[in-house]
Design a protein around this ligand. Structure first.
Ligand SMILES: [Fe+2]
Ligand SMILES: [Fe+2]
Length: 442
């Protein structure tokens, strides 16, 4: 691949505070949200200011979910920030995604959630015309996918798989045919090509292969299509996770998917990506720094992680509501104990040995920590660590259920090994980091 260098940030989820972000409805909502609303504009402004200071890297790429939920005012204010960044000398390329035009454009005022003006999908391209699609070499009207030459001889295939005009999170036949025209053209013109896509093309962690919305539909087919048509690198977002994955097509071609976290939520990171003269791809991860907010004595990372960890626990607690018959009874039993049970007490209930560091730890605390850890990438819970031993023992205890469930989870004829999937999700066994890595491209 020819040399190129750029910043990659995604899922900015910009929210304009003038719309309203306060009161009981807001506080309730934030109990279960991974990323910040009220802080998002400050995070974007301070990050853009840092990017502007770097005079060496002049390309910035943002693959979707630019606004919280398509509020017109959020888009307008975010676009103002994009123009300021552009004035500092940057070429900016964005695509939009599901959070940029949906019907859930809300604000929070006087303890109530209120509907605010949203944005139609068809308006987005005109609004963001100076940030990619306006200067495109090729443009697909249906989805707003486009091709741009980001630097001499390097083209970017911007795949909008999250438009209302085709199945959600998919590259259907028509879009694939359009992409084939673009990859062929790049080849004929002697250009290198990489891609961006809002949805991950390769599941960021193994268990996400079982979650419908966590990766592009028929991902093996899409990944093979890209790899076999000269695209070796795709940059993605949507799942708000730091992850890098490789896939080999049946023909032996490789695709690398670099999935990056939400800018406005834990783990709050972005990337600097460089391909040098020798086709060495270098991925560097950068933390969102202090954005001028009162963090009640917490570090920036602690502030982000606390929000996410609380949201994970709230969601688990909510999942323990409801059900019918015996399930309702069991869920209610678990729900009542969930907040206070220690890992040691749970171990005694399940008759499994719990390592010393966890005996007195609250289960909620451990669930929050492990969840935050998975989304930060570089899964730390590899074989031999206390968390690995604990989860391994729990999976062994429930192996009779797992064996029954596995055949039902099979898709596209690929067998499911749930235990390995889960253990490779909590621990990174890929041989390279999800945050800072090097690869040699073709
Ligand atoms: Fe998002
Ligand atoms: Fe998304």
């Amino acid at each position: 691949m020819k040399p190129v260098s750029f910043y990659l940030l995604t899922d900015t989820h910009y929210f304009e505070n003038e719309l309203g972000a306060e009161g009981k409805a807001y506080e309730d909502y934030m109990q279960k949200e991974q990323y910040f609303l009220r802080e998002s504009s400050a995070i974007v402004k301070s990050t853009f200011a840092r990017l502007a200071e770097d005079k060496e890297t002049d390309i910035v790429i943002i693959p979707g979910d630019l606004s919280k939920n398509g509020e017109k005012e959020s888009h307008k204010c975010f676009i103002k920030e994009l123009y300021k960044l552009k004035e500092s000398g940057k070429k900016i390329f964005v695509i939009t995604a599901g959070h940029d035009y949906n019907e859930w454009s809300y604000a929070y005022k006087n303890d109530e959630r209120i509907q605010v003006e949203g944005t139609d999908f068809d308006e987005l391209c005109e609004m963001y015309r100076d940030f990619g699609c306006g200067d495109a070499i090729a443009f697909d009207k249906e989805t707003h996918s486009y091709v741009a030459e980001v630097t001499d001889g390097v083209r970017m295939l911007a795949i909008c798989c999250d438009s209302p005009n085709q199945p959600k999170g998919a590259a259907d036949e028509r879009l694939t045919a359009w992409m084939k025209e673009q990859t062929d053209k790049a080849k004929n013109d002697g250009c290198s090509m990489f891609a961006i896509c809002h949805y991950p093309v390769i599941p960021p962690v193994p268990v996400f292969d079982l979650v419908g919305d966590a990766k592009i539909k028929e991902w093996r087919k899409v990944a093979s299509f890209l790899a076999d048509n000269g695209v070796e690198l795709v940059l993605t977002g949507h799942m708000h996770i730091q992850s890098i994955n490789e896939f080999r097509s049946e023909k032996g071609n490789r695709l690398i998917d670099i999935c990056t976290s939400c800018l406005a939520g834990s783990p709050a990171k972005y990337r600097k990506i460089t391909v040098d003269e020798s086709s060495v791809l270098k991925v560097e991860t950068i933390d969102v720094e202090d954005f001028g907010w009162d963090m009640n004595g917490l570090s920036v990372q602690e502030y982000f992680d606390r929000q996410f960890s609380n949201a994970i626990v709230t969601r688990v607690r909510k999942a323990l509501d409801g059900g019918e018959g015996i399930v309702k009874h069991l869920k209610s039993f678990a729900g009542k104990r969930f907040d206070n049970i220690t890992v040691g007490a749970l171990g005694r209930l399940l008759m499994i040995k719990v390592d010393e560091p966890f005996k007195n730890k609250k289960l909620t605390e451990l669930i929050g920590e492990v969840g935050v850890g998975i989304f930060s990438g570089d899964g730390a819970y590899v074989e031999g660590t206390p968390v690995y031993n604990l989860i391994s023992a729990v999976l062994k205890r429930f192996s009779f259920i797992i064996k029954k469930v596995e055949p039902k989870l099979e898709k596209e004829g690929v067998k499911v090994d749930l235990k390995n999937m889960l253990l490779n999700t909590i621990g990174n066994n890929k041989g390279y980091s999800d945050n800072n890595a090097k690869f040699i491209l073709k």
